[in-house]
Structure formats: C-alpha cells, structure tokens
Design a protein around this ligand. Sequence first.
Ligand code: IMP
Length: 204
Amino acid sequence: MKIVIASNNKHKISEIKAILHEQVSADIELLSLAEIGYHEDIEENGETFEENALIKARAAAALGYMAMADDSGLMVDYLDGAPGVYSARYAGDPCNDESNNQKLLAALAGTTPEERGAKFVSTIAFVHPEKEELTFVARGECPGQILYKYRGTGGFGYDPLFYYAPLDKTFAQLSAEEKNIVSHRARALDSFCAVLKEKLNINN
Ligand code: IMP
C-alpha cells in the first residue's frame, strides 16, 4: 500500500515511516513528494494547523495517491495563540530558530511565570484520492511553559525555551527517545495510526 507524505524532510519521513510500520502495517510504502515527481511548493495559507495539513495532503492526493501531511507549531497563551501557524516564520524574513526564539522572548518580556503557559500542537491529515469520507485529521498537544532563557542544546525550533514540567526539563534537554514519548507529534501520530487502521480496515 502506497501513501505519499507531503513533505521532503528526510528526518521526519523516516521517523513517521518507522511508526506507521510498527503501529499500522509493515506493508505501507511511504513516498516523499520528490519520489512521486512533485517539485512545486505548496502554499500553506490556512488559518489553522488542521487546514494547513489538509491543504498539503490534498495537493498530493490530487495526483491519485493516498496522502498524509503534518503541520505543527507553538501556541502561547499570553500571545493569544501566537506564533501558531506562523511558528516557522515568526521573526519575519529572513528568520531562523535563533531569531524566532529571540522574538518570542521579547514578546514575553516582563511577564510572570504564570503568564508564560504554552503548548506545542501537531496535526496530521489523511486524504484518500477517491473516498472523501476517509479524510481525517489527528491532533496531539503537549503543554508547557516558556522559560526566560535557553536551557539545553538538543532538539530544534523552540525546544530550548519550552519547559515540560512532568520531566522537569526543556524539550532541548530530552533525549530523542524521551521526546518521542511525550511530544505533540508523538501524541498526534498515536491517534493518527489508530484512526488510519480503523479507516483502512487493517486488523493486525
Ligand atoms: P513544521 O510543522 O514541522 O513545519 O513546524 C513548524 C514550526 O513549529 C517549526 O519550524 C518550529 O519552529 C515549530 N515546531 C514544531 N514542532 C516543534 C518541536 O517539536 N520543537 C520545537 N519547535 C517546533
């Protein structure tokens, strides 16, 4: 069974492939956009993570494949959910993890620890090329708090500022194994795999 993942991020694809094989079926062949000859940029102009994941999955499904796509980001309570769908490009153009994190620290300057609640959100959409009724989006969230300065050197993005109280560590202090258990992406993937099995009638 072939499923296209609307991404060209090799790290993400191999991580998702391993989880799909383990939790859904070893018969799934997960193809990247490049592998099906799709080289255009997909414009992510949705207002929610769900919309953006669906936009990407629908673009791949339009080529006749079963398709999946993810979209994720950080939502900060004090900032009314920002940076949200703009997480990757929060600091404007050009931006990178460092400038995004500096902008976040500046936006929260003067706030108390209680005002720095946040969550990481991950959504994963599935679209079937012919059966619209099989479309679904799974969502996973991980609650935390934005620190005043970096702690830890692992991970990427906002990880060094994102404190996860149950483990008393930031995401940048977690091993890949630890992050893969508690992260928003892990939670979304768990739910995605369970629903996919049900939708595709896979019983193993
Ligand atoms: P994407 O959905 O993988 O493109 O992620 C969007 C943006 O959200 C990333 O560029 C990061 O800034 C942020 N983000 C998503 N997941 C994480 C995470 O696990 N750690 C840190 N930042 C993340």
